[in-house]
Write a protein that binds this ligand. Structure first.
Ligand code: APR
Ligand code: ZN
Length: 241
């Protein structure tokens, strides 16, 4: 039975790698996962970057190239339609570093773990759009330093971005949904425990996750089927479908 929040309600939706899987971008913890060819500590930690920056730059350069060939899928599009049609605020909080939510039309968006198409200078902290390759000789367009640019990605052991903005929205939302996340990585996996007791919680995932127990409503299946159907139900409930 789907729950119907009032039209002025704030909705917060957390997404993970599962929502981009059907766009051809690999998830992290499936058997064919991204980490197969690389150990997490080698490509997703500050220590790994210090140890072998060329390996880390190659890893993210390859992911940027793969992202350029990917397209948003019906799940991304349904969430963009929800934001455009829902009268209250819809905040999308993604753990994904791809730009598929933006390309589908989502505007009110937090990239908790950074963005693949941006780079950051370790000398001046400047963050710039970066669709192309990065390497050890790249010059910072801000301060002119060379060799100090890194992917604008939050690595393990680093602080996720905009947590205060997310916490504020979680405290006042009437509905919290999680789509395509295995619930293994904190703080995102703990968001469902932070919402008010009266907040309705919905999980949309291919299979049960590590946090399924915390959700009142669950839709199992492919995101390109479950997310559009769930969004349609919400919009029909307020006569806006
Ligand atoms: N439709 C819906 N769900 C899917 C689909 C699909 N087509 N394919 C996979 N899933 C589900 C899987 O069942 C799994 O529960 O998506 C989830 C993906 O889990 P992970 O690979 O662990 O990705 P995520 O939860 O986003 O990882 C969180 O961990 O590695 C770090 O920073 C990285 O942001 C990432 C974080
Ligand atoms: Zn700089």
């Amino acid at each position: 039975m789907s729950h119907q929040p009032s039209p002025d309600a704030t909705l917060v939706i957390l997404t993970g790698a599962g929502i981009s899987a059907e766009s051809g971008l690999r998830t992290f913890r499936a058997e064919d996962g991204l980490w197969e060819e690389h150990r997490i500590e080698d490509v997703a930690t500050p220590e790994g970057f210090r140890r072998d920056p060329d390996l880390v730059h190659r890893f993210y350069n390859e992911r940027r190239r793969r992202l350029a060939e990917a397209q948003p899928n019906p799940a991304h599009e349904a969430l963009a339609r929800l934001e455009a049609t829902w009268p209250g605020e819809v905040l999308l909080v993604t753990q994904n570093v791809d730009d598929l939510h933006e390309r589908a039309g989502t505007r009110n968006l937090v990239h908790l773990h950074g963005e693949l198409l941006k780079a950051r200078c370790e000398a001046c902290r400047n963050v710039v759009p970066w669709p192309g390759d990065l390497d050890r000789t790249t010059v910072c367009p801000g301060c002119g330093c060379s060799g100090r640019m890194r992917p604008h990605i939050v690595w393990f052991g680093e602080m996720p971005l905009e947590l205060d903005r997310v916490g504020e929205a979680l405290a006042r939302c009437a509905l919290f949904a999680a789509a395509g996340t295995s619930g293994h990585v904190y703080p995102a996996a703990g968001f469902v425990e932070l919402v008010e007791i009266k907040t309705h919680t919905v999980e949309l995932n291919l299979q049960p996750s590590a946090i399924s127990h915390a959700f009142r409503e669950q839709h199992l299946g492919f995101a390109t089927e479950t997310v559009p159907r769930w969004v349609e139900g919400l919009l029909q409930g307020i006569g806006r479908s």
